[in-house]
Design a binder for this molecule. Structure first.
Ligand code: ADP
Ligand code: MG
Length: 386
């Protein structure tokens, strides 16, 4: 994969695939972290004489033009952060857009939401070709969508010399640290469901020295170990799989839980009419002691219902344990990263992946279509044109 920052970009139009899928309320961006992250790269490329044609998706408009999913608020925020005019175009393909882009030189253009066209998610070849008409070079800096074969990350690479952006390359470097981890390597897995994360749990129970289970998914494991789980979120269909995983001896399950009435009980004494919402204090200590010996930690999924006090205590305790001392700490998953930011601990970790599902698939060892496509795009052809 070639870095866009090593490409010759003077007088070139770059179709820059960014991940500007940011939260918006009443027409204002409420968290601009993802926009900020791209600013240094955009500035460098502009300084080198490129024209930036930025493309992104926002939310799930399902192939229809819907005002609440417009990228217009992103254009305004981008303009502020760059301190430069950003031309916002009301679509991403078509002859009017092609004309507007062609007459622009050394400027910044933001195209309207790619997902207003159903062809984007269908990886449509014709749509990709139309996008390609807007530029001479393509750059993917949207790691978070690279696990999808969508036109703007996959089909597009057949039509333009293709490069990787620094954010995407950094994600790959950071997450690759888990391929040959310094040991002990401990995985902490929580979050909503076993069914969401089967492959992740299976992979990590092979690779890690120990897997610590928390979150709602702990109840499927606790049931597999023969415990009553009351009204806690338990996935009955996944109990046999959990039982099989427990036999690997790598999986650690909680010894106590905090109930919805805020009382702590042993996992052997969970009442039928109660739900568990967090790992208990004894479990926090046991897990923290294991984490203290780790050289590498991967964490995905809050340990409890962290959005609601006091059920954030387990997540907070584990976050502190991971942040403490010298170790490589990699956090993945949308809610996990949000939990850490809410707790004000973001700076304490080696890497917070913005990748969400893409990061989890990468760690599971899957091939990500968007990244595979960048590998395939041959340098020879690129050098001729770029
Ligand atoms: P991520 O997005 O980091 O991969 P998930 O989406 O799998 O994480 O799970 C996050 C959600 O799981 C959070 O909303 C959290 O409140 C919920 N959760 C964690 N533990 C429990 C629990 N014991 N009961 C109910 N919900 C829980
Ligand atoms: Mg989530």
């Amino acid at each position: 994969m070639r870095n866009i920052l090593s490409a010759r970009v003077r007088n070139k139009h770059i179709l820059f695939r960014a991940d500007y899928n940011v939260p918006i309320k009443n027409g204002t961006v409420t968290n601009d972290k993802r926009i900020r992250a791209t600013i240094p790269t955009l500035k460098k490329l502009l300084a080198r004489g490129a024209t930036l044609v930025i493309a992104s998706h926002l939310g799930r408009p399902e192939g229809k033009k819907r005002a609440e999913f417009s990228l217009a608020p992103v254009a305004r925020r981008l303009e502020k952060l760059l301190g430069k005019k950003v031309e916002f175009l009301p679509d991403c393909t078509g002859s009017a857009i092609e004309r507007a882009v062609a007459t622009s030189k050394n400027r910044i253009i933001l195209l309207e939401n790619l997902r207003f066209h159903p062809e984007e998610e269908h990886n449509d070849a014709h749509f990709a070709k139309q996008l390609a008409r807007l530029a001479n070079i393509y750059c993917n800096d949207a790691f978070g969508v690279s696990h999808r074969a969508h036109a703007s990350v996959h089909a597009i690479t057949r039509h333009l010399p293709s490069f990787a952006g620094p954010l995407l390359l950094n994600e790959i470097t950071m997450l690759s640290a888990l391929k040959k981890p310094k040991r002990p390597f401990i995985a902490v897995l929580g979050g909503a469901k076993v069914s969401d994360k089967i492959q992740l749990i299976e992979q990590l129970s092979k690779k890690a020295d120990a897997v610590l289970i928390g979150g709602a998914m702990m109840f499927t494991f606790l049931a597999a170990a023969g415990n009553e789980t009351g009204t806690s979120k338990t996935e009955k269909d996944y109990v046999p799989l959990a039982r099989k995983l427990l036999r690997t001896k790598k999986i650690n399950i909680p010894t106590d839980v905090v109930l919805d009435n805020k009382k702590t009980v042993s996992v052997h004494a969970l009442p039928k009419n109660r739900a568990g919402l967090d790992i208990g204090p004894e479990t926090r200590e046991l897990y923290s002691a294991i984490i203290a010996r780790a050289k590498t930690v991967f964490w995905n999924g809050p340990l409890g219902l962290f959005e609601k006090k006091p059920f954030d205590a387990g997540t907070l305790a584990i976050a502190r344990a991971i942040a403490h001392g010298k170790k490589v700490s990699i956090i993945g998953g949308g809610d996990s990263v949000a939990a850490i930011e809410k707790l004000g601990l973001a700076k304490k970790f080696t890497h917070l992946s913005t990748g969400g599902g893409a990061a989890l698939e990468f760690i599971e060892g899957k091939t990500l279509p968007g990244i595979a496509a960048l590998h395939k795009n041959k340098p020879k052809r690129a050098d001729k044109r770029a």
